[in-house]
Design a protein around this ligand. Structure first.
Ligand code: AMP
Ligand code: MG
Length: 342
């Protein structure tokens, strides 16, 4: 299949919208990561998304809309907490889980009776969804298991030849996927940390709880609330180790690790002014927000440069730490080395 590359002019968006409406697949920028869109109301289109990504069919997709009014037909119930969260965070890097209506095909929700809904803030995404005129099912536009794409070039690397079109738009501002909150019950549950922090959610609904699997690997055989959590995620080719703690302790530990791994091509993703000999260094940013924005691009860059092992510094604790840890712990297969406390 020849994949068309579109820019973001009106004609291109209109044509990409037609492709989506007719059941084709189009990758597009959002503020979180690039999405791989298909017509959410067409089961065959949705099946093509799973196939193009190599995504397990029991991992449901998020349905994207570009008008708050478009939520109603997709759901059977919106409780007061859900309403408050929608008012506060949509449009934005936020996904709400609600009970689904008959309109939503089972292929989108992997047979679950709930549906994940997101209203992206990114203007290109909104223009495309409006041009399509239908809700758009869209997971991240990467091959399953790889780091999510935050630039059009990442999508071209992963999905060229497998989908109808890619919109070559802006780099993603947030860099990690949306915050997911299940608002079906009496108490909302944070299922995935992301662009909207737990503190921000608690300002709207203080009783919101955090799903215990966000930072821990899932015990064998246990079924998560968020099916995606049981899969390997965000893994570059390189072996990743997270080294966590205060700046000096992290630096000391990484220097030891570099010495032990001197036969390998090592890389360090830094969060500090630390320098390291005999390692390829990428500066990821001082704050977790900055670190999150470049995280997936930096992991992909280490692969491009042929690095075998990446040591990732984590030496800042703030309200964005949960989103960063949730992603990088998975990239590392939960190989986390804790040094002295922050
Ligand atoms: P991605 O679009 O690749 O960021 O993945 C979407 C995430 O949303 C996956 O982890 C899914 O398991 C999760 N998700 C989608 N729909 C639901 C749902 N109805 N209930 C719980 N989690 C969901
Ligand atoms: Mg994904």
């Amino acid at each position: 299949m020849q994949t068309k590359i579109f820019k973001t002019d009106d004609n291109s968006i209109a044509e990409a919208g037609r492709i989506l409406k007719d059941g084709g697949l189009v990758a597009f920028p959002t503020e979180t990561v690039y999405g791989l869109g298909g017509n959410a109301l067409m089961p065959d289109s949705v099946k093509k998304i799973y196939k193009a990504k190599g995504r397990p069919s029991d991992n449901p997709l998020i349905v994207h809309i570009a008008d708050l009014e478009d939520i109603k037909p997709l759901v059977s119930e919106i409780n007061d907490n859900a309403k408050a969260l929608i008012d506060a965070f949509m449009p934005g890097p936020f996904t709400v889980i609600l009970r689904k209506s008959e309109l939503v095909p089972d292929t989108v929700t992997a047979e679950m009776d709930t549906v994940a809904i997101r209203f992206p803030e990114n203007e290109t995404a909104q223009r495309l969804i409006r041009a399509a005129g239908v809700p758009i099912a869209a997971p991240s536009a990467n091959i399953s298991g790889k780091p999510s794409p935050t630039r059009a070039s990442h999508v071209i690397d992963d999905l060229s030849g497998r989908i109808d079109a890619i919109i070559d738009g802006e780099n993603c501002m947030v860099g990690v996927e949306s915050t997911i909150v299940d608002a079906t019950g009496d108490v909302p549950v944070l299922l995935r940390p992301g662009g909207i922090t737990y503190d921000e959610i608690c300002e709207i609904v203080p009783e919101t709880v955090i799903d215990e699997h966000i930072l821990n690997s899932l015990p064998e055989g246990e079924k998560p609330l968020c099916p995606g959590m049981k899969y390997t995620h965000y893994s570059p080719e390189a072996d990743v180790y997270v080294v966590e703690g205060n700046v000096r302790a992290v630096r000391k530990k990484i220097n030891e690790l570099l010495e032990q791994n001197s036969d390998k091509h090592c890389g360090v993703l830094t969060m500090s002014r630390n320098t390291y000999n005999d390692a390829l260094i990428i500066y990821g940013g001082m704050t977790n927000k900055e670190y999150a924005k470049g995280l997936f691009a930096n992991l992909r860059e280490f692969d491009r440069l042929g690095v075998d092992v990446v040591f990732a510094e984590l030496c800042c604790d703030d309200e964005y730490s949960m989103a960063v840890k949730n992603r990088i712990y998975k990239s590392a297969g939960h190989k986390v080395i804790k040094t002295l406390d922050l």
